[in-house]
Design a protein. Structure first.
Length: 448
């Protein structure tokens, strides 16, 4: 491990992780308060008004946990067998119990904060929207729900280029659906049952996200406790994730399915991993790099025949109806528009290097594209020469690769950083698992 890595680990584990927890919740509270007061996006302001107090409450709880830890001792019983034996002794139980309960409460607190900072604002905004408020959802929610309507009406979730150009100028952006066809499934409840809070696409984003995260965490239940808590926080309570799920949300089920796929492969369930990553790739192109890396891992581990059929088959199956009904509309929405060649330009323009190069350098869009291609080639060479042999290594490949891509894409969003952050935080959780051998405590790893 490098010196920077050791320093980061030392900071992360200070006070058994509680110090970083306190910083996370305090900074998150400040971010939510600023968002509630100054954001120009009304759904974001609605999120901040609720989430800020949840984060403040979490920071106060962690402060109490720190006090309990100090009263009970320095290290939790799962760090050392000798410490565990000592703390099971009747002579020391009363002293260590406050510390142990404080540290063991980190994971439950994370779930509670996620419910309060993401799910509660989501439901509040969905109910208000169903009641007539038009400022309680980001545009991607409307786009996904329109995909569901079009899928039911025409068999394809996409409008063609001519149909988009014929829309009023102010509606052309919403005419585009820059997702894979599988994303339309989240819009079907509203298309079929009408306007109700529970038919809001965000509700179904949250259902899939929660199911995938709970399953993934359960699969790696024998991993390091502190690493699991931190990884869970980076996929749930981190403001970039909680805000996205509450106001827009389409990225969170894709991310959660990617994390689940990694957990499945880490524990030898390559068939289930193929299904998870296949569903994710059927919804959004951001899952494709993860699919490629997991495909390499599966082949190296001799499990390609288990992962690849579903991983490749599900996205292709989702594409088939759109290709048969109107192939050009699919290309227009899923490729031309994200690459900046649509009827209108995407508003996704965060000030990352790729966008700055495209905007300020003559021919900058081509320069940024060339840099992005060069990074892709470099990662491909690394995959071939040094393929990942564990799911933890695969998560690192995915995290660093997506981070480079997001920074160099001419058209991107700040919120996309949730992918590499969560994937990089997931890697330490998977570190103890080998994709080619089953842990002794789990005799059912190869059921799928």
């Amino acid at each position: 491990m490098t010196a920077a890595g050791r320093l980061l680990t030392r900071v992360d584990r200070a006070a058994d992780g509680l110090a970083a927890d306190l910083a996370l919740y305090a900074v998150s509270a400040a971010f939510a308060l600023v968002t509630a007061a100054f954001s120009t996006l009304l759904p974001h302001r609605g999120w901040g008004a609720v989430a800020a107090w949840v984060y403040v409450g979490a920071a106060l709880v962690v402060s109490v946990q720190l006090v309990a830890r100090r009263i009970g001792g320095r290290r939790p019983p799962w760090h050392s067998p000798s410490t565990a034996r000592a703390e099971r002794s009747p002579l020391t139980a009363s002293a260590t119990w406050p510390r142990w309960t404080a540290l063991a409460g980190r994971a439950p607190l994370t779930w509670v904060v996620w419910i309060g900072a993401a799910l509660v604002p989501l439901v509040v905004e969905a109910v208000q929207r169903a009641g007539g408020r038009t400022d309680r959802a980001q545009e991607e929610v409307l786009v996904v729900e329109q995909m569901g309507h079009r899928l039911l009406e025409s068999g394809t979730p996409y409008l063609g280029r001519d149909a988009i150009a014929a829309l009023p100028a102010g509606e052309r952006l919403l005419g585009y659906a820059p997702y894979q066809p599988g994303m339309a499934v989240f819009g079907l409840p509203r298309a079929a049952a009408g306007d109700a809070w529970w038919t809001d696409a965000r509700v179904w984003f949250a259902v899939v996200t929660a199911a995938a995260l709970i399953t993934g965490i359960a699969l790696v239940r024998h991993a390091d406790h502190a690493a699991r808590v931190r990884a869970l926080q980076f996929a749930t309570v981190l403001p970039i994730c909680a805000l996205t799920l509450a106001t827009g949300g389409d990225d969170l089920p894709v991310l959660a399915l990617c994390l689940l796929a990694l957990a499945c492969c880490a524990t030898g369930r390559f068939g289930a991993g193929g299904i998870a990553i296949g569903v994710a790739a059927a919804c959004k192109l951001f899952a494709l790099p993860v699919l490629v890396v997991l495909g390499v891992l599966a082949v190296v581990a001799g499990r390609g025949h288990r992962l690849l059929p579903a991983a490749l088959g599900l996205p292709l199956l989702a594409l088939l109806p759109a290709l048969l009904v109107d192939a050009d509309a699919l290309v227009e929405n899923a490729l031309r528009f994200p690459l900046g060649h649509g009827v209108v330009t995407s508003p996704a323009q965060s000030p990352f290097p790729g966008h700055l190069i495209a905007a300020a350098v003559p021919g900058g869009r081509y320069v940024a594209a060339a840099l992005l291609a060069a990074v892709a080639v470099a990662i491909a060479v690394l995959l071939v020469r040094h393929p990942p042999r564990t799911a933890g290594a695969a998560a690192l490949f995915c995290g660093w690769g997506l981070l480079a891509a997001i920074l160099l894409m001419p058209t991107t969003r700040f919120g996309y950083l949730l992918y590499p952050l969560a994937l990089l935080a997931w890697a330490p959780v998977l570190g103890k698992y080998s994709a080619t051998s089953a842990p002794r405590h789990d005799g059912a790893l190869y059921r799928v």
